[in-house]
Design a protein around this ligand. Structure first.
Ligand code: TXA
Ligand code: MG
Length: 327
């Protein structure tokens, strides 16, 4: 049975005790819900992969209550320190070289010489990390390949019965995952667009390497960040991108004024606000997928979203949702 804990002192203390005992606990962050385990406990980390059905080569992000704690386990450079001062706590994950004495389980880092570290801003996540006093490894709390959860209910649907507890801190305000930035070379590279925009990062550190189009990215990206599989965040129904009109028997993921003629519609943002759209993206895809299947519709047509600001992260997730499936 999976306990649903409230995000108060008692719930957080219980969650921390479970984590320290090697159990899995999902918790809300400002981006999406994470599936947490004590990152220094190899068995606990292994059970994350089992619960998610995740390939073992996909490395996990380690969460810390502050930059000082994170930078005890990785070698921070000047860029990393500047970015931490500007964006932590917040939706930025930095990939940096692991310290030789880093106590994080090798499995969490998938055996790489680098480690992805993040300081989440959400008050519940902060309180939990302080109570645990150890790094917490946490991928998004979904079954591998599925849409990331932005509410405790989503986590319960996917992982209920497989994990010890979920701390319910309400819906995640940002709604897409953190930005993953590789800082292991002097020229930072964006591995995954996310909650902190590429523009905001570039304003601080200058031009960064941007992702290349998905069609050609798989091989190159697979080497840098093995977990960034193309087909990911996938609803059950196929997704058709860049829809300019609705075809017969389609559901519509709208942005702005909805196209006419859809069997059912979820609007990411009527006012074309990218922040609102990001926050509603995963819940919208889940809802639309379920509704459309109930109505016997054949696919989800997604209206175009501009590729600026949070739009880059939204389009990245939509392209993955639309990518050819391996099975
Ligand atoms: O917002 C988020 O980042 C959420 C919350 C829970 O913090 N977490 C999350 O974790 O999205 P996950 O595991 O679903 O995605 C982490 C991504 C993966 O694509 C993984 O391949 C990449 O970060 N990553 C992790 N460690 C890495 C490393 N050492 N080098 C390169 N990429 C890494
Ligand atoms: Mg994920």
């Amino acid at each position: 049975m999976t306990l649903l804990l409230s995000a108060d002192e008692t719930g957080i203390a219980r969650a921390a005790a479970l984590l320290l005992a090697g159990e899995l606990v999902a918790f809300g962050t400002e981006t999406v819900y994470g599936l947490g385990a004590d990152a220094t406990n190899e068995r606990a980390v292994a059970s994350i992969f089992a619960a998610k059905g995740r390939p073992h080569f996909n490395p996990l992000i380690c969460h810390y209550p502050n930059a000082a704690a994170a930078f005890r386990h990785v070698d921070a450079n000047e860029h990393a320190r500047h970015l931490a001062a500007a964006f932590w706590p917040g939706a930025l994950t930095m990939v940096l070289p692991r310290h030789i004495a880093c106590p994080v389980s090798l499995l969490a880092g998938a055996g790489l010489e680098t480690l992805a570290v993040r300081v989440p801003a959400n008050a519940t996540a902060q309180a939990l990390l302080r109570a645990v006093g150890r790094p917490v490894a946490a991928p998004s709390a979904n079954r591998s390949g599925q849409v990331s959860p932005s509410t405790a209910e989503h986590v319960m649907e996917e992982l209920g019965g497989r994990i010890a507890a979920i701390v319910d801190s309400g819906p995640c305000p940002i709604g897409v995952e953190s930005t993953v930035l590789d800082l292991t070379s002097p020229h930072p590279v964006l591995l995954r667009p996310g909650g902190v925009t590429a523009e905001a990062i570039e304003a601080l550190v200058g031009p960064i390497g941007r992702p290349i189009p998905h069609a050609v990215a798989e091989a190159a990206r697979g080497l840098r960040s093995p977990g960034l599989l193309v087909s990911h965040y996938a609803p059950n129904l196929p997704v058709r991108l860049d829809a300019r009109e609705v075809e017969l028997n389609e559901a519509l993921l709208a942005f702005g004024q909805p196209l006419p003629g859809a069997g059912c519609v979820f609007n990411l943002s009527e006012s074309r606000d990218l922040t609102e759209a990001a926050a509603r993206l995963f819940a919208g895809l889940r809802w639309l997928d379920r509704e459309a299947q109930n109505l016997g519709l054949r696919d989800i047509a997604a209206m175009p979203v501009p590729d600026t600001g949070l739009g880059l992260a939204i389009n990245d997730r939509l392209q993955r949702a639309a990518a050819p499936r391996s099975s």
